[in-house]
Design a protein around this ligand. Structure first.
Ligand SMILES: [Zn+2]
Ligand SMILES: [Zn+2]
Length: 368
């Protein structure tokens, strides 16, 4: 069948919206009619060329839709089911899946390679095979994914809000709850208040942190961070976040610092703002060319600091995606307030321009 899809051909050039050919689902695959897809920074790393991957690539990894057709052997969903796409498949069998870290499933290794898990492509334009970012390709009216790349959810949730539990919310909230395991009464700093950072703030509030220092360069995002539980804000254009963290903690430094901008410099700031027995959590994807970060190894020892990274917030999509929606339903998690603007598929380049300029926290592409 034909479908309209956002495809990147060359880094640095605009994403093209074009009609492409979509194959039917093979064994253990599912065709999905997309209802909503989130504008996440990770796709832009391919547009900017900071993240190398297969080209041409259908972008989009945060998505929500309705199952239209299932291939042979599919038992976990049926036509009409509402699903959230997961940008790391969960095989349920590898060492990481069975040890409670399906966010690190070995099948995730294929995420930037282009084809689906059997090594073949479902999207084509003439003779060209089109890859699917994170095995998903959610900026498409229709897509075909592995049955391991989706989670069925209750139909009571509006898909244009539920879509956010596909990436931004579990990555941010999970970094706090699952990875760092912030304890009540802690002091926390969050550098960067975009789609991931704001969810780290939300997670820290949920964990009972008594001080949450939000850092950004846009005052409006800092105001938004207060809505999500930030107790203090720092505009890094006007103030040094490290000095401010020290001042607010009476020179002790914060217990946890989360970095969601993904530059070596800001990771260094996160490390410098932490105190004794503290934890530094790197959440954002730095450019593949970044080789080192300015963190004092001496202070790691003297102050007994822990430096850690986290992928997908150490979340288990099959458990966390439905659970986050239940938390939303009872008012423990905010989703509606995350969406700054909605776009049509044709406005995809405008959406990314807004993201890069700091005009949105989360944008959502809504399919008609
Ligand atoms: Zn994402
Ligand atoms: Zn696995």
């Amino acid at each position: 069948m034909k479908t309209r899809t956002a495809v990147l051909y060359t880094p640095g050039e605009p994403i093209r919206i074009e009609e492409i050919e979509l194959d039917p689902p093979k064994e253990h695959e599912v065709q999905i009619r997309m209802v909503a897809a989130g504008i996440c920074h990770s796709d832009y790393h391919m547009v900017s060329g900071e993240l190398p991957g297969y080209l041409p690539m259908a972008l989009g990894h945060e998505g929500a839709g309705v199952v239209e057709e299932v291939g042979p052997q599919v038992t976990n969903c049926k036509p009409g089911d509402h699903v959230i796409l997961s940008w790391i498949p969960s095989c349920g069998k590898c060492y990481y899946c069975v040890s409670g870290h399906s966010n690190l499933c070995n099948l995730g290794a294929g995420t930037l390679m282009g084809p689906l898990l059997d090594g073949t492509f479902r999207m084509h334009n003439g003779t060209a095979n089109i890859g699917q970012f994170c095995l998903v390709g959610s900026f498409s009216e229709r897509t075909v994914v592995s049955d391991m790349s989706l989670v069925v959810i209750d139909k009571e949730y509006a898909l244009n809000r539920a879509v956010l539990v596909g990436c931004g919310v579990p990555t941010g909230v999970g970094a706090v709850i699952h990875r760092a395991r912030v304890v009540p009464g802690s002091t926390v700093m969050v550098i960067g208040c975009g789609g991931i950072g704001i969810n780290i703030v939300q997670g820290a509030a949920l964990a009972g942190a008594r001080m949450i220092i939000a850092v950004d360069i846009h005052d409006w995002k800092l105001e938004k961070a207060k809505e999500f539980g930030a107790t203090h804000t720092v505009n890094a254009r006007n103030e040094d976040p490290v000095a401010k963290a020290m001042e607010l903690t009476w020179g002790l430094g914060v217990d946890y610092a989360f970095e969601a901008i993904a530059t070596p410099e800001t990771i260094g700031q996160a490390a410098a703002a932490t105190g004794k027995n503290s934890t530094i959590v790197v959440v954002g994807l730095t450019p593949a060319t970044a080789q080192s970060i300015p963190v004092s190894p001496l202070m790691l020892v003297l102050y007994q600091k822990t430096l850690m990274g986290t992928l997908y917030g150490d979340s288990q999509p099959l458990n966390d995606i439905p659970n986050l929606l239940k938390m939303y339903k009872v008012g423990k998690i905010k989703l509606d307030e995350l969406v700054s603007r909605t776009y049509t598929l044709d406005q995809i380049n405008e959406a990314y321009a807004d993201l890069i300029a700091g005009r949105i926290i989360r944008g959502v592409v809504e399919f008609s």
